[in-house]
Design a protein around this ligand. Structure first.
Ligand code: C2E
Ligand code: MN
Ligand code: MN
Length: 412
């Protein structure tokens, strides 16, 4: 039988009193004994962290039940991995309460506190249990480190509480295709990027489309490299001119392959002059390049970056987290914006590793003055979690799908 370990964290959905906690403890001890599930349950007065080990199917079933248990809120999976042997020999569930000082914040009555501690540590003090635990687990997997991080407050960086979205007075922008003054050689769909703090559309991204609605992939993939770069570069004149017709004061994001910029070094200056002639300041144009392409052509890429900066335009790293060595790229140069890829954002409200990654991105972006945009937002839960760690700029179907040759309305 292959053993698995599962670690999750959750918030107690209501203040747990002593009776409930006792009941809770008995329940899980009994049922886990039957299922041959061992582990550790930590409760710090607000949050739970539970390590479970046993058969994969049992753990999965148990985890599903916990997700649907009204006593747990914001259940987040931190780890689910095969392990060579049990880390907890006793077929029971240890319950450890963090620190007495912490509990006084939550529970005023001294009497209740004493009782709670007795429930928690079964006679010993919780710190003894924990130091034994660490002693025993030294050199094992990641679970002791995760437990330690929990006890030291490492998972308290967020104040996500599953709230509902505030009513915002969105400043609406929209302009339909029929109002455009001329026929353009290249078509684009425009997708809003919203600033939820200010309640405005802060930017729109121009996404290449065929006149029969083809996707960028369909349009670019069949072409030779030379043709592709030519189309990439030439189409951006249309993107800027169409955007200018909308007459809105947001910024415009355009996608360009670094290789297109390298093949047509004069394009950056040309696009700047075009924008200026249409009363768009260069600082309102952001050029998005994907992480992967940037890394593949590192030296030439740095030249392109300098050209963009010299022309007063902005640069965004697109699809951050989907590609390769994003960190080494960032160590050497910092873009104006960082767009976190949909693969990182999707399901983040209940995904521990993704949450930890986004917290790290937020921390370094804050220090380095980089604006973070989360892409591909489809659910309110993910949106609210991201807001709780300070993300302010969002793009995704939750707000608006790209609108062909117009800026669509934002859903609120
Ligand atoms: P991207 O720049 O990351 O653009 C975002 C893509 O995600 C768009 O797909 C958009 O429609 C889609 N998207 C936005 N929100 C959501 C969401 O909530 N859920 C889901 N499932 N998808 C969402 P699209 O338009 O098919 O573009 C795909 C990629 O093609 C773009 O990714 C960009 O890398 C590239 N691209 C677009 N326009 C151009 C262009 O003019 N030149 C070049 N070189 N590449 C372009
Ligand atoms: Mn993009
Ligand atoms: Mn992207």
């Amino acid at each position: 039988m292959q053993l698995y370990q599962l670690i999750y964290k959750s918030d107690a959905s209501a203040a747990l009193d002593i009776k409930l906690l006792n009941q809770f403890k008995r329940q899980i001890q009994e049922s886990n004994y039957r299922k041959e599930v061992t582990g550790l349950l930590l409760f710090d007065g607000v949050h739970f962290l539970q390590v479970l080990e046993g058969r994969k199917t049992q753990l999965k079933r148990l985890y599903d039940a916990i997700c649907n248990d009204p006593r747990h809120a914001n259940v987040t999976l931190l780890l689910m991995e095969p392990i060579p042997a049990r880390e907890f020999d006793q077929t029971s569930m240890q319950i450890v309460i963090r620190k007495a000082e912490d509990l006084t914040r939550i529970i005023d009555e001294v009497e209740t506190l004493g009782e709670l501690l007795r429930v928690g540590d079964g006679g010993e003090t919780s710190s003894v249990i924990l130091s034994n635990y660490y002693h025993m687990k030294e050199g094992l997997g990641r679970s002791p480190n995760i437990v330690k991080s929990f006890l030291e407050g490492g998972w308290e960086t967020t104040n996500y509480s599953g709230m509902t979205q505030d009513e915002k007075q969105w400043i609406q922008l929209s302009c339909s295709k029929s109002e455009l003054s001329q026929e353009y050689p290249y078509w684009f769909a425009f997708q809003p990027i919203v600033d939820t703090e200010k309640g405005v559309i802060s930017a729109v991204e121009a996404l290449l489309r065929g006149k029969e609605g083809q996707s960028p992939d369909e349009l670019l993939n069949g072409l030779s490299e030379t043709q592709m770069h030519k189309l990439d570069v030439e189409s951006k004149r249309s993107a800027i001119a169409i955007f200018a017709e909308f007459g809105c004061d947001t910024t415009l994001s355009i996608n360009l392959l670094p290789k297109s910029l390298i093949s047509y070094p004069e394009i950056v200056g040309e696009l700047r002059r075009l924008a200026e002639s249409l009363s768009i300041e260069p600082s309102r144009i952001t050029i998005e390049v994907t992480e992967q392409e940037a890394i593949e052509n590192y030296d030439s890429f740095i030249d392109v970056v300098n050209q963009i900066r010299a022309n007063g335009m902005r640069l965004a790293i697109d699809d951050f987290g989907a590609g390769y060595a994003g960190m080494s790229l960032l160590a050497d140069f910092q873009p104006h914006k960082l767009k976190i890829d949909k693969k990182i954002v999707d399901g983040i409200a209940s995904d521990g590793p993704r949450q930890a990654i986004v917290c790290a991105i937020m921390q370094f972006s804050f220090r380095l003055g980089i604006e973070v945009v989360a892409e591909g937002i489809e659910t309110l839960q993910d949106l609210e979690w991201l807001k709780s760690v300070g993300v302010k700029h969002f793009q995704g179907y939750f707000f608006a799908k790209p609108g062909l040759m117009h800026i669509p309305q934002v859903n609120i």
